[in-house]
Design a protein around this ligand. Sequence first.
Ligand code: KIV
Length: 271
Amino acid sequence: MSVHKDVRKVTTHVLQEMKFRGQKIAMLTGYDFSMARILDGAGIDIILVGDSASNVMAGYETTLPITLDQMIYHAASVVRAVSRALVVVDLPFGTYQGNSKVALESAIRIMKETGAGAVKMEGGSEIRESVVRILSAGIPVMGHLGLMPQSIHKFGTYVVRAKDEAEAIKLVEDAKLLEELGCFGIVLEKIPADLGGRVAAAVKIPIIGIGAGGQVDGQVLVLHDMLGITQEFSPRFLRRYHDLFSEIKGAVEHYISDVRTKDFPNEKEQY
Ligand code: KIV
């Protein structure tokens, strides 16, 4: 029997059950009310209010500039649209690294001011204290390992991570640690497929991949990339399901032409 079909509200327990039964979890990013309503209506399991909003909504080159207030604005808009999916919100850069008290305050603001169901944080053993403190307040935490965009200035590039064994071992250890601390799931970004499978087998919590191959428990993509709204970003792991950039541009060009030729509005479109 499918857990997925009968569920009226996706919780962390439902996701755990899906992994247990071998049912794949579908997750997408979402940043606004209208899109979130479409994703939820389509039956997505998790909507991630990702700090990729910094790129696709605000036009910044990295995820670093987005603020906690801005993430809260996006997340509250998403939550208002959603009745079934679990809404997970990224803690933005600078709101949890290094000081677990600040981390807890940031997570509490997200939960109180948005109504979301969980937060996501990048890192392993380095952020242990913050993870523990947030979990101790009863806030579900999702980890994020592999390519961690908030650390882009440390690595300098967005290339595949953990290709060498030392890095792979640290990643598996970090995943085990996050599970042990009590995280309900982990996003794995841009790592070799075999390593994705290794991590998914090493822990009982769901592993959601983005460029981590097919052996993990679920997949996540950035909505604007999979819909083809963004065009310049084309990593190997990205499957585009639409060319919305061209569709929207075509519709706007059509509208401009109708206004200029006085075709719009016609008799029926006015009072
Ligand atoms: O911010 C984001 O969109 C993410 C995904 C890449 C998983 O963290």
